[in-house]
Design a protein around this ligand. Sequence first.
Ligand code: AN0
Ligand code: CP
Length: 319
Amino acid sequence: MKTFTSILQIGDLKAACTKAKYVKEHPYADQELGRNRTLLMIFFNSSLRTRLSTQKAALNLGMNVIVLDINQGAWKLETERGVVMDGDKPEHLLEAIPVMGCCCDIIGVRSFARFESKEDDYNEVILNQFIKYSGKPVISMEAATRHPLQTFADLITIEEYKQVERPKVVMTWAPHPKALPQAVPNSFAEGIRMTGYEFVITHPRGYELDPAFTAGAVIEYDQRKAFEGAHFIYAKNWAAYSGDNYGKVLSTDRSWTVDSAKMALTDNAWFMHCLPVRRNMIVTDEVIESPRSIVIPEAANRIVSAQTVLKEILLNMDK
Ligand code: AN0
Ligand code: CP
């Protein structure tokens, strides 16, 4: 593994989960592996879990870590090529990236969809420039279209909690006041396809995701019907993807909030969410606080997914 921008890059899922299990049980077994190696984490957007868990994972591997919040203290970056830089942005991404590359051995990048251009977002223009110009392995810490460290943690969590071989996993859209990217649901759909689980996506009409990610999934517009017999409920909001509605909030209909009455339709399903979550918009207090909510162990598995990925990259680096 040289870069990690899609869950597909973990290769064989079973083997990856076995590696993750080892990392979880022996977090400090590879303290020498990261010695004198530096992880640089670049954030264009806010974070709690990704920042803490990826840093913890790197420290477990004996790495040094530098964290840079681009919006707090760094020069404001121009990202378009060819502009006359006479405005408020003193530095260009095309110089900044190679300089970042000089200061580390691995770069993690968080760069959300900007919803200014669907084409730019879905071509991952920011992430791909890091891959092209940093000269270092790049890890996505949520880019415009995917959040693979989250997906890997989600898959590890489902493996840990599933009680039947082929569980029914339901990803449900839920309301949120702001436009959120499609990265988490895209990536989750991409990951679930690797598992062979039964997979149903439920959302209001108009919230169809990019079929490149959802191919093979059953789309059910009736949320209650989708919940019937589910073993896992994976809640998430996302903004519209299709056509001119790209990046728009089409609905904040709270009849889509995950509540106890809907959970009662499932086969005693586990409740999952990547967090941060808006209570009583996405999910009621009662459901997120119930014994079937596994959002905290899911978040804890972010250390495991990051450490497994970092370890794999370190093992493949020329010493
Ligand atoms: C982000 C999103 O929906 O992509 C990050 C989730 C991990 N969520 C928010 O911005 C609230
Ligand atoms: N789930 C997740 O990535 O959380 P943060 O946005 O807090 O990093």
